[in-house]
Design a binder for this molecule. Structure first.
Ligand code: GLP
Length: 259
């Protein structure tokens, strides 16, 4: 696992966008796994800027989003469909037919989940997966529990997630109780993973994740410790507790200036 501690949110976003851009330049038909939430917004802004400056071409890039709220239609401003178009797809040249997001309104969720996994397989799996992390260690909407599912599935959102995401809905009662998410299998089979964490509210989970050397279904992101090619980029606030505790900090951290 490569660790980069960026000075601030802006630097984290710039480094993440540079890594994504490099991968697209190496492989113009990159299969790119995308995340939502507040954390990747700056990364999307940077990618849009690179595209507008003529430095990046998304015309052959294939995208797969991690998740969608169950019951929200694509034109609902609180849906992840809406978020993705508004913050990214509307401003770059990803072809509409190359965009994939689970359909939260599919009448048969099991069928939709199977279809989504088939599509990912058809493109040979995810080349680069962008991830955020929940305060409870979830990735996508794979919530802590006794077991984690490998394939795309309908899931109940954890109470911590409902609380954290209430800010996008006005009140906690408005947050959908369920979501469709890709499973841990899809994430772990990605060839390369980029995990972003920003802000003091992520400091505790990042310290737990990075300093424990243990894998547990109670912290879904801990499975990333088993992956061969994960880069974690945190801003200073998210790294705060880890930095104070870390045993092997000097060996693990790559200087942000290298990126
Ligand atoms: C959301 C998403 C995740 C995201 C996480 C953190 O609920 N399902 O993909 O990484 O929670 O969100 P944020 O970046 O807003 O803290």
């Amino acid at each position: 696992m490569k660790l980069i501690i960026a000075g601030d949110y802006q630097e984290m976003s710039r480094i993440a966008a540079n890594i994504i851009a490099e991968e697209i330049k190496k492989k113009p038909d990159l299969v790119l796994g995308l995340a939502t939430g507040s954390t990747p917004l700056g990364t999307y802004r940077e990618l849009v800027r690179m595209y507008k400056e003529g430095k990046l071409d998304f015309s052959r890039v294939i995208t797969f989003n991690l998740d969608e709220y169950y019951g929200l239609s694509p034109d609902d401003p609180r849906s992840y469909h809406y978020y993705m178009y508004r913050n990214f797809f509307d401003h770059v040249n990803v072809r509409p037919e190359n965009i994939h997001i689970p359909d939260g309104t599919a009448p048969d969720v099991e069928e939709e989940s199977r279809r989504y996994d088939e599509e990912i397989k058809k493109f040979g799996g995810i080349d680069l997966q962008l991830l955020g992390i929940g305060v409870n260690g979830h990735i996508g909407f794979n919530e802590p529990g006794d077991e984690l599912l490998t394939a795309t599935h309908l899931t109940d959102l954890a109470p911590d997630t409902l609380t954290a995401n209430a800010r996008f809905f006005g009140s906690i009662d408005e947050v959908p109780r369920k979501a469709i998410t890709v499973g841990l299998g899809t994430i772990m089979q990605a060839k390369k993973i980029l995990l972003l964490a920003s802000g003091p509210e992520k400091a505790a989970i990042m310290a737990e994740l990075l300093d424990d050397d243990a894998v547990s279904t109670r912290v879904p992101a801990s499975f990333l410790l088993l992956h061969r090619d994960v880069t974690v980029i945190m801003d200073k606030d998210a790294a705060e507790i880890y930095k104070n505790r870390a045993k092997k900090i000097d060996a693990a951290i790559q200087p942000a200036s290298d990126f």
